[in-house]
Design a protein around this ligand. Structure first.
Ligand SMILES: [Zn+2]
Length: 113
């Protein structure tokens, strides 16, 4: 029987790849990157071609066994190259991710630059 990967458990059907897992006593720190293709500007829908920068989002998941789970996900910011567009950059959207890791009122989802 094939064992489940971290991707299966943490990101079912989501375009995210786990790069490494650090077991820090009672916390499991998962380093992950998004593998989605460059998206479209949410303003003008132009296909992105150039990466502006990357940054890390910290997500917390439900505990796995006795471990708390913290996910460090690297996501990309893109330029919008359409000159008439009022938006110069935008952050990629990972389909399914925001539904799974909903921004909660208790501040479980933090933006780190
Ligand atoms: Zn645009």
């Amino acid at each position: 029987m094939a064992s489940k990967t971290f991707e299966d458990v943490l990101f079912p059907g989501i375009d995210v790849q786990v790069k490494g897992v650090n077991d820090c006593s009672d916390v499991l720190v998962v380093e992950a990157v998004s593998t989605v293709r460059p998206g479209r500007c949410p303003n003008c829908r132009k296909q992105a071609r150039r990466v502006h920068s990357t940054y890390q989002r910290t997500l917390e998941d439900r505990p796995l066994g006795s471990h708390r789970v913290t996910i460090r996900l690297r996501v990309r910011r893109y330029f919008c190259d359409r000159r008439s567009c009022s938006r110069t950059t935008f952050v990629e959207q990972v389909p399914g991710l925001s539904a799974r890791y909903r921004r909660s009122g208790t501040g479980l989802l933090n933006l780190n630059s």
